[in-house]
Design a protein around this ligand. Sequence first.
Ligand SMILES: [Zn+2]
Length: 264
Amino acid sequence: MAWYPNAKKMELQPESDAQPAIRPTQLIFHSIAAPWTPERTYEYWRDSTNLESHFAVGFDGDIAQFIGTETRADSNMYANKRGDGSGAVSVETASNMDHSDAWTDAQVSTLIQLGVWTHQKHGVPLRICRSHDDPGFGVHRMFSQWSDGGTECPGDARTDQFRDVIFPGIVRAAGGTADQSPKYAPFPGASYFESEPRSALITAMGRRLVAEGCGRYSDGPGPQWTDSDRRSYAAWQRKRGFSGGDADGWPGRVTWDALRVPQV
Ligand SMILES: [Zn+2]
């Protein structure tokens, strides 16, 4: 259980005791599509739904916390708690009814401070999430896995503020620099693999397949594309839920993006 010292503690039961533990690796920002104070948000969740977030922030920047950040909250669909025990911390924010307004200056300030705390307390890295399960910071609409098939939340204006003001503000206030860890290699196209390439990219791909438990190499992985790469990649496709001709070992864009091969 971790409670943010700057938030008003309004523990939400039975969720706070009943939900499973998580290891927080992400902070996801939301708009609640209602002009509510944190107290009103608390009452709504207490009385009418079991869909809650860890925090709520009012228009004047006041913040309350309902659930400890090492306990699952339910605002982020598949990011709430993943198979490896990691999960997202969620913060709802007051907005107009169709969440088209910008965050107020007071909200921006509170969200930056909360971001610094989650970085310092839980080690959330100073970067914008690059995939749905990548540790870092994000807004709800960034990945469909974070909602029931997609959402506009928190709206265009706030998505811009997140990238231009809030995330850079967190980095600055944390006294850090944005995480420069390697970006992932873009999908090189299906025909690239059929040409049986020899490239450091194939080695990097193979290492990721091994890390995912999909290695089917007797030796390697190495830079030359071989049938072992194809068998390993087929195992990855099956792990991602594909079958038949969709798991033939020839890489496609969806499984490639999910594999997160470091750029070489
Ligand atoms: Zn949302």
